[in-house]
Ligand binder design. Structure first.
Ligand code: GCO
Ligand code: CA
Length: 255
C-alpha cells in the first residue's frame, strides 16, 4: 500500500497555546491526521479539558501545562514529554496574544508582554525541542505567523513587530537546521473568527472593511487553518523549509 505522505501516524506533535482558538484547531487537525497531540496552556483545568476533548474524538492527547514565556518551565516540560511519551517530531509555536493601543500611549509593560508571548516564547520552546531533534536528524517546526508578518495596521505595532520577527526566525532556523534534517516553516493566518479578534468581528465597520479587503470576502474559520499545518508538518512537505504559507483568503495578494 502506498503510504499517504500527509499521514502523521504515530508522530508526537506539541502545539503551544492549544487549549483554545487557532491552537486548538491546529491540535485537532494534526490529531485527525494521526498525530499524538500534546496540548499546552497555562491553565491546568482548561488544558486538561482540551486534551480530554481530543481524546473523546479518538485522538491520543495529553496536557503539558507550562507558561511559554518561562524558558525553564518549557525546557523541563519538554524533557518530561520526551522521557514519558516519546520523541517530539512536530512543534507548532502558536502561543500568542494581541493588544491594541495607539503607539504614543502603548504601555511598555504590555509591549514587553506581547514580544515575550508572541516571539521570545518561540525561542524558549524551540531551543529545547531542537536539542532533542538534532540527534535524531528529523523534525518539523511550524510557526504561527500572521498577515501582520507582512502588513501593518494602526494600533497593533507590537503585535506586528512580533509576527515579523517570527517570520524571520522561521527563515533563520530553516537555514541553520536544514543540514540537520529539521524543517522550519510558518503559517500566516489572515483574519479568523477567534476570541483574540472578537472585538473586531463584533464591529460592523471593521467587518465591512475586512470583507472588502479580502478577495474571498469573509472571515476565516479556524478549521480552515489546519490543512496548511498538517501539510508543513508532514512528509508531503519533505523538501519545503523556510516558507511562510499565507492562509488569508487572498488578502496579502491584493490591494
Ligand atoms: C488585528 C487582528 C489581526 C489578526 C491576525 C491577522 O487587530 O488586526 O488581531 O492581527 O489577529 O493576526 O493575521
Ligand atoms: Ca494571528
Amino acid at each position: 500500500m502506498v503510504p499517504n505522505p500527509f499521514d502523521l501516524g504515530g508522530r508526537i506533535a506539541l502545539v503551544t497555546g492549544s487549549n483554545r482558538g487557532i491552537g486548538r484547531a491546529l491540535a485537532l487537525g494534526l490529531g485527525k491526521a494521526g498525530a499524538r497531540v500534546v496540548v499546552n496552556g497555562r491553565g491546568a483545568a482548561q488544558t486538561a479539558a482540551a486534551a480530554a476533548e481530543l481524546a473523546e474524538l479518538g485522538i491520543e492527547a495529553r496536557a503539558a501545562v507550562f507558561d511559554v514565556t518561562d524558558p525553564g518551565a518549557a525546557a523541563r516540560e519538554i524533557d518530561r514529554i520526551e522521557a514519558e511519551m516519546g520523541p517530539i517530531d512536530i512543534l507548532v509555536n502558536n502561543a500568542g496574544m494581541q493588544q491594541r493601543a495607539p503607539i504614543e500611549t502603548f504601555p511598555l509593560a504590555a509591549l514587553r508582554q506581547v514580544m515575550e508571548t508572541n516571539l521570545m516564547s518561540a525561542f524558549y520552546v524551540s531551543q529545547p525541542v531542537i536539542r532533542h531533534m538534532v540527534p535524531r536528524a528529523r523534525g518539523a517546526i511550524v510557526n504561527v505567523c500572521s498577515v501582520m508578518s507582512e502588513l501593518g495596521r494602526p494600533t497593533i505595532v507590537p503585535y506586528t513587530a512580533s509576527k515579523g520577527g517570527l517570520k524571520m526566525m522561521t527563515r533563520g532556523l530553516a537555514a541553520e537546521l536544514g543540514p540537520k534534517g529539521i524543517r522550519v516553516n510558518g503559517i500566516a493566518p489572515g483574519y479568523f473568527r477567534t476570541e483574540l479578534n472578537e472585538a473586531l468581528v463584533e464591529d460592523p465597520e471593521f467587518s465591512g472593511w475586512l470583507t472588502k479587503r479580502t478577495p474571498m470576502g469573509r472571515w476565516g474559520d479556524v478549521e480552515e487553518l489546519a490543512g496548511a499545518a498538517v501539510f508543513l508538518a508532514s512528509d508531503a512537505a519533505s523538501f519545503v523549509t523556510g516558507q511562510i504559507l499565507y492562509v488569508d483568503g487572498g488578502m496579502t495578494s491584493a490591494v
